[in-house]
Design a protein around this ligand. Sequence first.
Ligand SMILES: *[C@@H]1O[C@H](CO)[C@@H](O)[C@H](O)[C@H]1NC(C)=O
Ligand SMILES: *[C@@H]1O[C@H](CO)[C@@H](O)[C@H](O)[C@H]1NC(C)=O
Ligand SMILES: *[C@@H]1O[C@H](CO)[C@@H](O)[C@H](O)[C@H]1NC(C)=O
Ligand SMILES: *[C@@H]1O[C@H](CO)[C@@H](O)[C@H](O)[C@H]1NC(C)=O
Ligand SMILES: *[C@@H]1O[C@H](CO)[C@@H](O)[C@H](O)[C@H]1NC(C)=O
Ligand SMILES: *[C@@H]1O[C@H](CO)[C@@H](O)[C@H](O)[C@H]1NC(C)=O
Ligand SMILES: *[C@@H]1O[C@H](CO)[C@@H](O)[C@H](O)[C@H]1NC(C)=O
Ligand SMILES: *[C@@H]1O[C@H](CO)[C@@H](O)[C@H](O)[C@H]1NC(C)=O
Ligand SMILES: *[C@@H]1O[C@H](CO)[C@@H](O)[C@H](O)[C@H]1NC(C)=O
Ligand SMILES: *[C@@H]1O[C@H](CO)[C@@H](O)[C@H](O)[C@H]1NC(C)=O
Length: 303
Amino acid sequence: GQTLLLLVVATLTLQHSATAYESESSGSIRMARPDCPDKCGSVSIPYPFGTGKGCFQEPFDVTCNATGPYLASTRVRILDINLAMGEIRVLNPHIAWECNYTNGTNSSGSDGLTLDPFHKLSNTKNKLISIGCATLGLILGATKGKNQLEFPIVNTCFSFCTDASSVDDSKECIGMGCCQTPFPGNISSFNTGSAPLPSLYNSTNQSFSPCSYSFVTEEDWFKFDRSYVSSTNFATKYTDGVPLVLDWVVGNKSCSEATKMGSQYACQAKNSQCINVSNGPGYRCNCSQGYEGNPYLQGGCQG
Ligand SMILES: *[C@@H]1O[C@H](CO)[C@@H](O)[C@H](O)[C@H]1NC(C)=O
Ligand SMILES: *[C@@H]1O[C@H](CO)[C@@H](O)[C@H](O)[C@H]1NC(C)=O
Ligand SMILES: *[C@@H]1O[C@H](CO)[C@@H](O)[C@H](O)[C@H]1NC(C)=O
Ligand SMILES: *[C@@H]1O[C@H](CO)[C@@H](O)[C@H](O)[C@H]1NC(C)=O
Ligand SMILES: *[C@@H]1O[C@H](CO)[C@@H](O)[C@H](O)[C@H]1NC(C)=O
Ligand SMILES: *[C@@H]1O[C@H](CO)[C@@H](O)[C@H](O)[C@H]1NC(C)=O
Ligand SMILES: *[C@@H]1O[C@H](CO)[C@@H](O)[C@H](O)[C@H]1NC(C)=O
Ligand SMILES: *[C@@H]1O[C@H](CO)[C@@H](O)[C@H](O)[C@H]1NC(C)=O
Ligand SMILES: *[C@@H]1O[C@H](CO)[C@@H](O)[C@H](O)[C@H]1NC(C)=O
Ligand SMILES: *[C@@H]1O[C@H](CO)[C@@H](O)[C@H](O)[C@H]1NC(C)=O
């Protein structure tokens, strides 16, 4: 009789905890470490990212406050984290600008962004964009080649217009009031600059467009608006920054080396695989085909 009673109690307890677990995770696979918050505001924070001690792997420390989540290493705000693609979207506040009024020059060089070694600027999702008339937009950075030798990169684009009629009105960023350019991979620190070209820029001619802006942003997000050339609409709309896509790796070894690292190997889930990344050295993990969840957690990939 006592055994039966114990069995009934045990079953009830099990049922109860299963229900509690389900309601807590609302039926989906848990993406954070046990006892760690899996969200900051409305943004999901999957491991290896995490908030608080024991909840993240270096350098994926996330600070969460009333404004939202921030990547602690670079203090940029996180918009979303994509585990399957190895991407993180952040707000890039580093917009270079210069305003040249007929009555004098106002300028701000804007410092750039320096990422930790596990994050790289995505060269497939972002572009350098420059807005202005007779404006040279610049991205200055350093990239590492095959043998890890560092060499500098300077990519530029030039936007030209003399009056409102010479600004493109198709919302395309093709050189008339706005220009864009790609840049190579393996960039983990960069500066942007925005400067009128003195030999072509005449503040009297171009007084309708005193300000220029240059920044790196997510290409698919950006839509040029001709009012950005002749007003401060752009600056007032994006005071917090513009979206930027970063690629990340969970370790700086290649897959063939990482798989030999035992407990240090980051792909902890059973049905997971290692992926060599193309943007810089290192690897990340994915759930094997037919499984989904978080490959960085034990039991994280479920069929
Ligand atoms: C949240 O943290 C970020 C980065 O440290 C800071 O810029 C922001 O002002 C903070 N927000 C609040 C409401 O404290
Ligand atoms: C990783 O998994 C996701 C979802 O299953 C898939 O879309 C993506 O192509 C995979 N990435 C690679 C490199 O296999
Ligand atoms: C220069 O002109 C701009 C635009 O008209 C104006 O906002 C600014 O106050 C002027 N600055 C000075 C120093 O007169
Ligand atoms: C330009 O800079 C001067 C001096 O720094 C400042 O007094 C003025 O308000 C600025 N004007 C504009 C339009 O930003
Ligand atoms: C900005 O405008 C001022 C005044 O018109 C001019 O002296 C200066 O050369 C201009 N700067 C550039 C970089 O063209
Ligand atoms: C500025 O205007 C003058 C007179 O209209 C013109 O000759 C000159 O080419 C213009 N400069 C630029 C850079 O467009
Ligand atoms: C700019 O253009 C105006 C009008 O065309 C002209 O008077 C002035 O000399 C020019 N300034 C420069 C620096 O070229
Ligand atoms: C790889 O990462 C480790 C520790 O995070 C660091 O000590 C090492 O210098 C890195 N190696 C390279 C080639 O970046
Ligand atoms: C990853 O790269 C290493 C060396 O760069 C190579 O030996 C290995 O086969 C690659 N692994 C995968 C899964 O692509
Ligand atoms: C980036 O780095 C990796 C590994 O160090 C290298 O194989 C690749 O060629 C580099 N890519 C570029 C565009 O430099």
